[in-house]
Every structure is written in C-alpha cells, then in structure tokens.
Design a protein around this ligand. Structure first.
Ligand code: ADP
Ligand code: S3P
Ligand code: MG
Length: 192
C-alpha cells in the first residue's frame, strides 16, 4: 500500500507522471484505436518525449510501412519492428506508440512488457472501421473484405492485448477526453 497522501493541488497529469516514474508508457491495440494520435497527446500532457514505432521504422529504413511489407514481407517487418522497439524502450520515461501487430509478436511483446507500462486502447469494430477505411496506408487491410479482416484480427488479437497493465475504451469522444482517461488510468495504477 502506498500511504503517501497526494497533495490536493497535484493535477491529473502530475499524478500520472509521478506514477509512471522512469517507466515508458506503451500504447497497444488494433489499427485505428488511436495509439499514434492519443499517444502523442498523452506525451504532451505528461511533458515527456513521444515516439511512434512505425514512424521510427520508416525513418531508419527510409521506406514506408506499405513498401516494407511489399518488398520484404511481414516476417522481416516484424524483425525490424522488434529491433527498433528494443532500442526505443531502453530508457525512459517516454511514450511509445506501437503498430497494432507489435504486441502480438512474441519477441516484441517480451520487450514491451519489460520496457514499460502497457496501455491497451480497446475499441469496437465499427469505431475502428470508420477510422481505418479513410486511408490506404495499412497493408494488412488490402484484402477483398477489409472489414472482415479487421474483425478476424480482433478475434485473434484481443485476448493478447488483454494482458496489458491498463485498458481504456477508445470511442468517438474528443481526443482530450481520451487523454484524460489515459492519465487517470496511470494515476490510479498500483502494481500488485
Ligand atoms: N477519439 C478519437 N476521436 C476521433 N478520431 C480519432 C480519435 N482517436 C483517433 N482518431 C483518429 O483515428 C485515426 C486513426 O488513429 P491512429 O492514432 O492513427 O490509430 P492507430 O495508431 O492506433 O492505428 C486518425 O485519423 C486519428 O486522428
Ligand atoms: O496491426 C498491424 O499488424 C499493423 C498496424 C500498423 O500500425 P497501426 O496500428 O498504428 O495502424 C502498422 O504497424 C502495420 O501496418 C501493421
Ligand atoms: Mg499508429
């Protein structure tokens, strides 16, 4: 039990920052859940650096995610993703937003669990679909029936995302409200 009384004046962001300490905060969840967008805003609120692992992968490879998948295939992409994550998670505190498949890959999942506090942005299919169908940047959804593909990924992945330390329901509310809920979840988190 933590018996230190919080000063009443501490803002939610300050309390969350204190609870996070030197750990990284790692966003996981399916495509369209808001990991990149909410991760960036959360880092701003906490006043700590933000890195999106897909962005970092694109920077070091000088290729887009789509081109990486098309040229080298998913397996090579996962190997590169695991290497990049290992480096990004070496020191903290940072907010790291991962791509949707990172936590599903065993090697990356091990690194993520070791490297920080994990937060799953859980979302319903229709919320995700409304968001991802506006863009064609996600190679895994270039199928005949992308909504069905997304649903299949939900079934396969949600039990694994559920291992996260924290879960917040991602839905169509203002992004600032999502950030508040994320900060509250961190501030309230007590590891057993
Ligand atoms: N709470 C929200 N309300 C409305 N749109 C959102 C919300 N969160 C994210 N988005 C939008 O949904 C799209 C997908 O979000 P993104 O952060 O790229 O998801 P992810 O990185 O999990 O795939 C983006 O256009 C983003 O601006
Ligand atoms: O779910 C996945 O396997 C993927 C999700 C994408 O990231 P977002 O979840 O940020 O869209 C990106 O890493 C790649 O297209 C693969
Ligand atoms: Mg993203």
């Amino acid at each position: 039990m933590n018996d230190v009384t919080e000063p009443v004046s501490a803002t939610l962001a300050e309390r969350a920052k204190r609870a996070l300490g030197k750990r990284n905060l790692v966003f996981i969840g399916l495509m369209g859940a808001g990991k990149s967008a909410i991760g960036r805003l959360t880092a701003q609120a906490l006043g700590i650096p933000f890195i999106d692992s897909d962005h970092e992968i694109e920077r070091v490879s000088r290729m887009t995610i789509s081109d990486l998948f098309a040229t080298y295939g998913e397996e090579e992409f996962r190997a590169l993703e695991a290497r990049v994550l290992k480096r990004l998670l070496r020191s903290g505190p940072r907010v790291v937003s991962t791509g949707g498949g990172a936590y599903i890959n065993e090697r990356s999942r091990r690194q993520i669990k070791k490297g920080g506090l994990t937060i799953w942005l859980n979302a319903e299919l229709d919320v995700l679909w409304e968001r991802v169908n506006k863009r064609d940047t996600r190679p895994l959804l270039k199928t005949e029936n992308p909504k069905q593909t997304l649903e299949n990924l939900m079934r396969a992945r949600y039990p694994i995302y559920a291992e996260a330390d924290l879960t917040v329901l991602s839905r169509d509310v203002k992004k600032e409200m999502m950030v508040e809920e994320v900060l509250a979840a961190i501030a309230d988190y007590q590891k057993a």
